[in-house]
Design a protein. Structure first.
Length: 278
């Protein structure tokens, strides 16, 4: 088996890995559920490579993401559900259908008119999907309702943002950022009360409400909460690394350092950053 730029070789490799008698013991036992975390992880690694502008890593991570698509498709094929070819056919049909201004005839010639056309087509697709599910008896459509187009399978912060944006389209929204700050303070009070009650389920519920409100203020001030949090994560990594390296330079360790000592170095890292950004 040799490497190739042809997608069929990747499909052949996955088929070989899943062969019960001669394949890889790890790959053979995998299911949709067991590889789902890896699928999500690969998407994040692609995003990370993009943020770092590392084209070498991006090429590699996109390959890993493609492998996940092939892996899921192979499992589905073994179950008699669908194959990789069906996945490709579904997405190519969708792209052609949603771009009549490119592949057929349409008057949509501006970004705004294309967006309106896209929404109309998606609405028809939703109706067709509901009809198919009713005929197949597959139960309630998870995509039903006004918020049904918002996918659950995405980071919770992103889902919250999209739910709020969708609700705002029909006027269910705050008129300005200031009332949201009042809401945040209210949620903080309720979280304090939940902590005092000592009920983990209530604490989780109130914490979720607080985070949802914080996402809302970010949306109103045009700050993407996912990007904002990732920026803070990067800052935390940088400052904690300063603590770690400074301790090591002085013959100290993280394990032996007191909280006061680490806080001192944390403040030192913040001071250094302020000098750099002046």
């Amino acid at each position: 088996m040799e490497a190739s730029k042809d997608i069929s070789r990747l499909i052949e490799i996955m088929e070989a890995l899943r062969q019960p008698e001669t394949g890889c013991p790890w790959d053979i036992v995998q299911t949709f559920e067991t590889i789902k975390p890896y699928t999500v992880e690969e998407a994040y690694e692609v995003a990370d490579a993009i943020e770092r502008n590392d084209m070498d890593d991006l090429c590699d991570e996109l390959g890993d993401m493609l492998l996940q698509v092939v892996f899921h498709s192979r499992i589905a094929q073994e179950m008699g559900e669908f194959s990789f070819g069906d996945v490709v056919h579904a997405v190519t049909s969708k792209m052609i259908r949603r771009h009549p201004h490119v592949f057929a005839k349409s008057d949509a010639d501006t970004p705004e008119s294309v967006k309106i056309q896209w929404d109309v087509i998606k609405a028809q697709e939703k109706r067709d999907r509901a009809q198919r599910r009713a005929q197949q008896g597959t139960g309630e459509d998870s995509k039903a309702g006004f918020l049904g187009s918002i996918q659950r399978a995405q980071p919770a912060l992103t889902e919250a943002l999209k739910l709020q944006e969708q609700a705002a389209r029909v006027g269910f929204d705050w008129s300005a950022p200031e009332p949201i700050l009042d809401k945040i303070e209210e949620e903080i009070r309720e979280l304090r009360e939940a902590l005092e009650d000592g009920k983990p389920e209530k604490v989780s519920d109130e914490l979720g409400d607080l985070i949802f409100a914080l996402v809302n203020i970010g949306r109103h001030v045009k700050v993407d909460p996912e990007n904002a949090l990732r920026g803070t994560n990067t800052k935390f990594r940088r400052r904690f690394r300063h603590i770690e390296t400074t301790l090591a330079d002085n013959g100290e360790t993280l394990e032996a350092a007191t909280l006061d000592r680490m806080e001192q170095l944390w403040q030192e890292a913040k001071a250094i950053e302020r000098q750099i950004t002046k």
